[in-house]
Ligand binder design. Sequence first.
Ligand code: GDD
Ligand code: MG
Length: 334
Amino acid sequence: MRAVVLVGGFGTRLRPLTSNLPKQMLPIVDRPMIEHVVGHLAAHGVEEVVLSLGFLPDTFRNAYPDGRCAGVPLHYAVEPDPLDTAGAIRFAAEDAGIDEAFLVLNGDVLTDLAVDELVGFHRASGAEATVSLTPVDDPSRYGVVPTDTDGRVTGFVEKPPAGEAPCNWINAGTYVFEPSVLGRIEPGLRVSVEREVFPAMADEGVLYGFRSEAYWVDTGTPETYLGVQLDLLDGVRGPARSGVDDAAEIHPGATVRRSVIGPGVVVAEGAQVCDAVVMAGSRIGERAVVDGSLVGRNATVGPEAQVLGLSVVGHGAEVAAGELLSDDRRPEQD
Ligand code: GDD
Ligand code: MG
């Protein structure tokens, strides 16, 4: 089977980390996010991945110059303008010449979903499209998807107001599409699969939902992007592992706890890094504190500075000596 993976969004909620780097090229512990996503597909026998690109497409081309990612051949489909999710799927599927049932993925989701079971369920139900579903506590950030007892989707509500969701099973961002779905999407226009295509298909009774309680995280916010990496360190997903790269330089008088420390990072004497991600080449100065926060590549946290409470420091940014950031972004965002 082939898979279209959507990676063309602007990643606005993760700015400034995504101001000049697509979300799916940000690291998850030791590899770019896209390699985790494609690696999972490869483990389920996917033979080609079509990357649906818009924002900064050359970043992907340059990272995979031989056209393979996690061992899987890539096809690059670059939209001339952002076409939104459905427009992007149609564009990419046509660009790659897809004419059989195929998978579609939101490229910012990390999951252990049994893709083979999803496909088996899709075939058995005779659906035109099947959406994987996962249960969450707060459905208001997602597409909410009630089903009947056979799994037929009875409605699709994208990001309902808090407290108004009809259930807590949400669109988990992996779909199986029959090629006929493409004919429902007007070519060359911005069309949303969640707000237009799925609600119409639910009304016709041709959309099914496959419920799964497998590990699932949408990494699109600072909280979830950090959390998914702490899950890997904690052994919540697979065996627990260290997040400290061999090529990091940690002073014996520094404290590093439950954190991802990338290659070339320097953590100076007396510094404390806890529950945090510090990307390649950054420097954490003497007695500085980084706690529950994200620091991009080649950034500098000056001596005695404090970066706390889900703060986000962009690539190459500087936090001055002694400065305090709490739930803040550097450079500041509008
Ligand atoms: N090529 C292309 N073009 N890709 C796009 C575009 C576009 O115009 N817009 C968004 N994307 C990509 C993003 O890069 C991301 O991988 C994926 O589409 C989903 O976009 P997000 O911006 O991450 O959406 P979301 O997280 O708010 O909501 C979506 O995901 C939830 C589950 O993770 C929806 O599909 C919800 O219904 C769903 O519950
Ligand atoms: Mg998302």
